[in-house]
Design a protein around this ligand. Sequence first.
Ligand code: CTP
Ligand code: CA
Length: 231
Amino acid sequence: AMLGAGTGPLAGLKALVTSGPTHEPIDPVRYIANRSSGKQGHAIAAALARLGAETLLISGPVNLPDPLGVSTKHVETAREMLAACEAALPADIAVCAAAVADWRVDNEAGQKIKKEKGGLPQLSFTENPDILATLSKLNHSRPRLVIGFAAETENVIEHASAKRERKGCDWIVANDVSVDETGGGVMGGEENTIHLIRAEGREDWPRMAKSAAAEKLARAIAQHFSLSDEG
Ligand code: CTP
Ligand code: CA
C-alpha cells in the first residue's frame, strides 16, 4: 500500500536532504564539480518520505528522476544549495548527502573564455560555505538531528569521527570510496559500505545496495525519534 505523508513512524516530522554534486561556474559554458550520482541522497529522501516524513530534497544537477512522495528543489551552486536549505527551515531532520564543491571560482567570466586569446585562463578560487557545518551550528533553528556524510579513501573511521566533531553534526555516515577489490568504485555505483558514527559509538554495516542503506538509515532515524520522544 502507498504510505502518504502523515502515516508511518516519521509522521509529523519534516526532513531536509541535500543530494548530488554542485556545479560552480567558470564561465557560461564551463564549471567545476565533484563526482556524485546523487543515488544515495535521493534514496534517503525517498526512504524518509516512505516512513511518513514531510521531505524536501535539495538536489544539485543529477541524471535521476525526482523521487516519488518528495518535494524536490533543483539548484546548481553551493550558495544556492545553502540558501534553499535555510529557506526550508525549520526542519526536524537534516541529511547532508550532497558532494558540495569545496571551492568556487571567484573570477567567473561573464563571457565564454576563448582559446584564441592565447595563454591559459588564470582561475582564482575561494571557499564555498559549508552547508552541514552551518546547519549544525544554528542556534534557534538547528534541526534536532543533523546527519552528514564523509566520503573517505583512507583511515575512514578516524577521518569521519574527526569530521563529526569539527562540523558539529550529530551523526556521520562514513563511506569508504576507495576503489574496491573488484575494481568497482562507490561513486556512481549501486552499493555502499557504511559505518554509522554517533557520539554513543559506531555501527559497521555490511556492503549493501544504496537503496537498502537508505532504508536502514531512515529506520535508525525513526528509532532515534521514537526513543527521544518517550523520555
Ligand atoms: N558539506 C557541506 N558543504 C560543504 C562541504 C561539505 O554541506 N561546503 C557536507 C557534505 O554534504 C557531507 C559533509 O559535509 O555531508 C562532509 O563532506 P566532505 O567533503 O567529506 O568534508 P569536507 O569538510 O569538505 O572535507 P574534505 O573534502 O577536505 O575531506
Ligand atoms: Ca569536501
